[in-house]
Design a protein around this ligand. Sequence first.
Ligand code: CS2
Length: 489
Amino acid sequence: MMRLSSSSLPQLPDRVEQPAYDRDKVTIGLVHLGIGAFHRAHQAVYTDKILADDPSWGICGVSLRSADTRDALAPQDGLYTLKVQDGQGERLSVIGSIVEILVAPENPEAVLSRMADAATRIVSLTVTEKGYCHNPATGTLDENHPDILHDLQNPSKPKSAIGFIVEALARRKAAGAPAFTLLTCDNLPSNGHVLKRVVTRFAELRDPELAAFVADVASPSTMVDRIVPATTDADRAAITAALGFSDAWPVMTEPFRQWVVEDDFPLGRPAWETAGVVFVEDVSAFETMKLRLLNGSHSTLAYLGYLAGAETVADAMALPGMEDLVEALMRDEVSPTLPPLAGFDLPAYRRALVERFNNPALRHRTWQIAMDGSQKLPQRLLGTIRDRIQAGAPYDRLALGVAAWMRYARGIDEAGKAIDVRDPLSARIAELAQGSDDPEEIAKALLGMKEIFGDDLGADPDFRAQIVRALSRLFSEGSAAVLQSFKKG
Ligand code: CS2
């Protein structure tokens, strides 16, 4: 079987959409840190749509850790297939906007010179929550993070996104070149502010003059949304069969996509609005809505679903009681906390979420969403809980989500088997919570983790009582039975 590449484009089946521009004319204007599946199903797709009008915005994708993506895409000239699917059908497109791929650990210098190049006007990121090397409860730089300590010692051989950004900005400053715009696309509240805060603090630790330059960098906040499960071998085989060419690195996604961006790009930006991006002055209301409704529900259903034996989100939604729980969580507990969005149909948004979670064509594993819970909980569930407490309003479903995280992150499933918990804090969580199976003790130990629960929530007696109640039910009845009790009618 021949490989997908520039030379195979003319032979692809007609139904496969192709880049509508001459890729040889595309030059690099944007460097993206973290070219995982999400970037390739989201920002790279929006950019693919504008390159015919302006070929100066090609993407240089950077992997900060593994060489997998480069190794898979280099023989394919950077091309890959995007499969958009739901219960009704599927659409295939070959995406061509990534024209260079660099692997940071192999050659940090190549990454830094690409970022420092005057033609690079935007540096965007999808490095996941933990990639910001910050304290998730406060949104400030974790100055004891091993990568941060390393990057302060070795500024020209950084490991973290933060280290790369600051060193590249230092080089631009030294060359008298203007700073690029930072564009974070991770699921963090006020993501642009958080990024700006951590890079400025990091620069301060290096040199105060550099910090002044970094403090002036534009760092608009964004809200990104598209559900993108990890690609499987079965996906690769299906794409290869459909294309007649093999594709080692396709991405699977849903029809829905949304990107809301604050319009602050001193060196210019792609005309992404022509591809459906919404530019606004302040993205925070969109961000809060998406993080609390979509991601808050996602995490809740991932932990409860995993514990009840559901492999995918769609399987979890099919558990008796789950859909009712998620609907009530969104409607009664989350929605009243959301800032107003003029003209926005919130009930329709919630209905669409339920439908998206039920998408039968996506095999989105609960285990994938369950990852990095310590980094996700604060913005997905805990902020909402704080608002409910302040309003004197009930929040038992939200508390159940947090308790399910504890039950999961402790690392032992309902049958007594080990769970493969992926979380930067997994070792500490296990140490704190595995010694006992008493809900009181587990809640007490985990609520003491201030980097997750802050100084306030962990010490709130009502919150603790709710967590203990939910955890006790999860231990004594099991997740499936707890879910059943939410079943309507
Ligand atoms: C998910 C998100 O993995 C997760 O934690 O909740 O990746 C989610 O699919 C996206 O934010 C959807 O836009």
